[in-house]
Design a binder for this molecule. Sequence first.
Ligand code: GN1
Ligand code: MG
Length: 413
Amino acid sequence: MLSLDHARDIAAQFHIEHPFEIEFFEGRGNINLDTLLISAGPEKRAYLLQRVNPDVFPMADRVMAGMIASIEAQKQSIHQGLGAETGWQVPELVPTKEGRLFHEEDGVWRMMFYIEGAISYKSLSELPDHRRSEAAFEVGRGLAIYNDLTATIESETLPTALPGYRNTRIYFDQLAAAMEGCRDVSQTEHRLPTDPETRQTTERHFLCACSEGERLARLNDPELQPFIQTALKYRDMAISLTEARETGSIRNTAIHGDTKIENFLFDALTGRVMSLVDLDTIMPLTWLADWGDMVRSLVNVAGEKERDLCKVQVDREVYQAVTEGFLSTAATATPEEIALMPMAVQVITLELGVRFLSDYLRGDTYFALGANDPHDLNKVRAMVQIQLFERLLEHEPEANAILADFATRVPLI
Ligand code: GN1
Ligand code: MG
């Protein structure tokens, strides 16, 4: 466990005012658990210090390359006047005393300016009913602005920050390995990705870490059975987006890769979207993944950790508002991509459900639990996403109707 004293020594490597105070950051995400808030100098300037989790991101240099490419593209576009009227804030890295953009010491550490005057939400339930659609519209608009600002990144030259990420087939293969109880790569060799780089980054997530007794108890938990069945039943449909990428019927663009509501910052006074943070997964993929991830995180107003599954529903007004916000400023898309928008939401939802489920079955090695997290957190998260997936299937005719209403506004290429 990281101590505050150690974190303080790392923070001192960066170019910030002294003296400074440091504390663990409450608003950290699921992956980079070592995230700290710093308040420096007489003006108490705030910064975030973060260690890129090497268990998830073995190629941290690429994570940083993607992040820097995103920051540079956004700054350049704004400099050229794009999105000037939006008040968009670009996340900024604080250099080390040696002038580097990150510090290497038992992994990669980076420091960012904390964006002042901003607010974020884990789910729309944190807002009163009457403000939810407006916030969903803003999130949709925010992703469209972000896409416009980063459209200059050439996805062919962008490194893949996390090989295998958002490859639905790999996640289903990991579920199969967890259900079978694989503990050694030799047992699951036939399932491992053939591309050496992808294999290297994903291999560990095919292996179980908990005791066999615990794994069987989790696998045979009666509460989980219908969710496991649903996941397996829709495998072919879920991997169709990955297949469309592989066959080239949809394009690769530089995506953000983690567009859940939590990563959008709003102006605390006006409620307008002002930034999209967490630039860990900038890589070539389809923008439909970002669209899907954003929508799934909004329409389930109850959020990712809701234990009362009756509350996991598709909020229709929110779906409509985020579509409207996104398409109000969205740049270009192909007709094939537009047609896949409702399905992409379903796919990313089920994919995330499968990721949580297999992680729970193998012993919480990817979505590692924090000290205060309940032991069944990943089980709950899996059930929420798979339940949401079923609700999204029911909602599909309406999703198509909403899209038909708004899609005519998108300039096609
Ligand atoms: C993870 O660490 P965080 O909270 O930014 C995950 C996303 C999931 C998300 C679900 C690299 O993001 O893919 O959608 O949790 N990031 C990675 O909350 O796996
Ligand atoms: Mg993230």
